[in-house]
Design a protein around this ligand. Structure first.
Ligand SMILES: *[C@@H]1O[C@H](CO)[C@@H](O)[C@H](O)[C@H]1NC(C)=O
Ligand SMILES: *[C@@H]1O[C@H](CO)[C@@H](O)[C@H](O)[C@H]1NC(C)=O
Ligand SMILES: CC(=O)N[C@H]1CO[C@H](CO)[C@@H](O)[C@@H]1O
Length: 165
């Protein structure tokens, strides 16, 4: 969709003769640079994300105009996916917080077993923000499991040396 829109815009520019190539190139450069400025500091610690920022930065300086639009469009796809996964991580953490609060109220031997289970899930999810999209998805999959107190062999705590990643 976005790629089509960009090429349409380019064609209209040519047809109307309303914009020179330099002006269009300036638009492309700005679109790419804006992303670098917006996301540079957020990408620190996430290898996949910061590689995208490097790619955008490089494209803004040296690439042909078409390449700039292309890299920007590809980044948008990655970035939407990343944001969607991070929303899902946040939502799962919220759900776990609710579960933990309920278990604290119940406060039985069984509920204590599941308390450790969900605290480990939460810790694992909190680390996932810096992971690649693929690893975020795997992390979400692991951490959506329900606790079965029969399977939890002891009253584990959040300090257990155990994590999915
Ligand atoms: C991501 O990595 C950065 C840099 O190492 C760090 O400051 C930040 O706390 C990390 N974020 C998470 C959620 O672990
Ligand atoms: C509990 O353990 C059984 C047997 O190991 C397994 O089949 C089941 O999937 C486990 N349940 C959960 C919720 O982890
Ligand atoms: C652009 C990009 O790297 N997207 C990947 C993000 O992670 C998902 C899996 O969750 C992949 O399907 C995408 O290819």
């Amino acid at each position: 969709m976005k790629i089509i829109a960009i090429f349409l815009m380019l064609n209209i520019g040519y047809i109307l003769g309303s914009e020179t190539l330099e002006e269009l190139n300036a638009v492309a450069t700005k679109q790419v640079k804006d992303m670098v400025d917006k996301y540079k500091h957020l990408s620190v610690g996430n290898t996949e994300f910061s590689q995208w920022i490097k790619k955008l930065d490089k494209a803004s300086k040296s690439s042909p105009m078409k390449e700039k639009f292309k890299v920007r469009a590809q980044f948008d796809i990655y970035n939407e996916r990343r944001q969607d996964l991070e929303d899902r991580i946040r939502n799962r953490i919220k759900t776990i917080d609710d579960l933990i609060n309920k278990l604290l109220v119940i406060n039985t031997k069984k509920s204590k077993k599941c308390l450790g289970f969900y605290r480990r899930q939460k810790k694992s999810l909190q680390k996932a923000y810096n992971f690649s999209n693929v690893t975020k998805r795997a992390n979400l999959l692991h951490n959506k499991k329900q606790c079965d107190p029969e399977n939890e062999s002891y009253e584990s705590s959040e300090y257990d040396e155990y994590s999915y990643y």
